[in-house]
Design a protein around this ligand. Structure first.
Ligand SMILES: CC(C)(COP(=O)(O)OP(=O)(O)OC[C@H]1O[C@@H](n2cnc3c(N)ncnc32)[C@H](O)[C@@H]1OP(=O)(O)O)[C@@H](O)C(=O)NCCC(=O)NCCS
Length: 176
């Protein structure tokens, strides 16, 4: 059974409940969100926005499912670039009560397969905070390698924070 599927507008209430329950758990790793972003209406709006970018070929938003098929998190490819770059950025989170079951590891493997298969991409990138070793391990288990440190790269938890950058390349691509 797949661990992820495309996000839909109907997921808004369940995502809102899950994000509210995980607000404190996710806060150190996320941009600051206003209170209304956590409501079903706020999530409906956020889903509409990302699905519009999906329709333009710029994003691929999936939810992560647990073994019962309930939503356990989200994983999204953003900034899908074509042309000579064929690259995208990967972001993800899994609900605290379902951490440590291999869900993020499996979800990243699935997104990688879609990215290098159907989407025909050459490269995926992910950035983690320096002390987010848990996230670094799920990336490394999926073949991502550290490529450097980006100073003050993303505004996380209200501060421009350094990120360790990782990438994985499509090994099927020829060198030329
Ligand atoms: C980082 C995060 C996504 C990890 O999610 P997760 O679902 O717990 O990750 P996994 O279960 O795949 O891997 C975590 C551990 O579970 C273990 N595990 C248990 N069952 C497993 C299985 N069947 N397959 C693979 N790993 C398994 C792994 O060994 C791993 O332990 P280790 O890293 O100490 O070796 C999650 O902690 C999270 O959402 N954190 C907050 C947000 C965040 O940091 N997002 C990423 C920003 S860069």
């Amino acid at each position: 059974m797949p661990t992820t599927r495309l996000l839909t507008p109907d997921d808004a209430p369940e995502l809102s409940r899950l994000l509210l329950r995980n607000r404190a758990f996710l806060a150190p790793w996320e941009p600051v969100h206003p209170d209304d972003w956590f409501t079903p209406e706020g999530q409906r709006k956020a889903i509409q926005d990302v699905l519009a970018r999906h329709a333009q070929g710029l994003a691929l938003p999936h939810v992560v499912l647990d073994r019962d098929g309930a939503i356990a998190g989200a994983i999204t490819l953003t900034g899908i670039a074509r042309g000579a770059f064929l690259s995208a950025s990967l972001g993800y989170w899994v609900s605290a009560d379902r951490n440590g079951q291999g869900l993020a590891t499996a979800a990243i493997a699935e997104m990688k397969e879609i990215a290098f298969g159907d989407l025909g991409l050459h490269r995926l990138e992910a950035g983690t905070l320096e002390h987010n070793t848990r996230s670094q391990r799920v990336l490394q288990r999926n073949g991502f390698v550290r490529i450097g440190l980006a100073p003050r790269y993303v505004r996380i938890a209200g501060r421009w924070q350094d990120h360790v950058l990782f990438q994985v390349l499509n090994e099927d691509d020829e060198a030329t």
